[in-house]
Design a protein around this ligand. Sequence first.
Ligand code: THU
Length: 136
Amino acid sequence: MDDRELYQLAVKARERSYSPYSRFRVGAALLAMDGGVYMGANIENASYGAANCAERTAFFKAVNEGVRGFEAIAIAGGPEDADVLEFCPPCGICRQVMREFCVPEHFRIILGNSKGEIRSRTLSELLPDSFGPEDL
Ligand code: THU
C-alpha cells in the first residue's frame, strides 16, 4: 500500500461523510501495522459540538477492533460541491488522538488533492513537544 493508494481510499471514505451543517466532506484511511486499513468520514450532529472528524472515526473504529499499531493516515477533505482542491490537514484534537496510539517520529500523515499532489508529514512534525501516555 503506497501513499497514493492510501489517499485514494481516503477519497473513497469521503463518500460516507455525514456533513449537512458544514457541507465540508472529509474522508480518512488509516493504515495499521498489520496491513489492515480502517476508513472513516466526518459525522456531524444537530448539536454542532458533537461532530466527529473523519480521522477520529477511523481511529476509533480500529482501536475498537483491538488494533493498536499504526503506520499512516491519509486525509481527503473539502467543500461538498467540488473535488478535493486543497490539502486538508488534521485538526488539533485529531492530532492528539493520533498521539495516543502512534510513535510520533514514525507515524505519517498523508495529504492529497485532485491535482495529484501528495504531501507526507510525521506526527512529530505536526505536533511537536507533545504530551502522551508516557508523560503521565
Ligand atoms: N473535519 C474533519 O473531519 N477532519 C479534519 O481534519 C478537519 C475538519 C470536519 C469536522 C466538521 O465536520 C467539518 O470537517 C468542518 O469543520
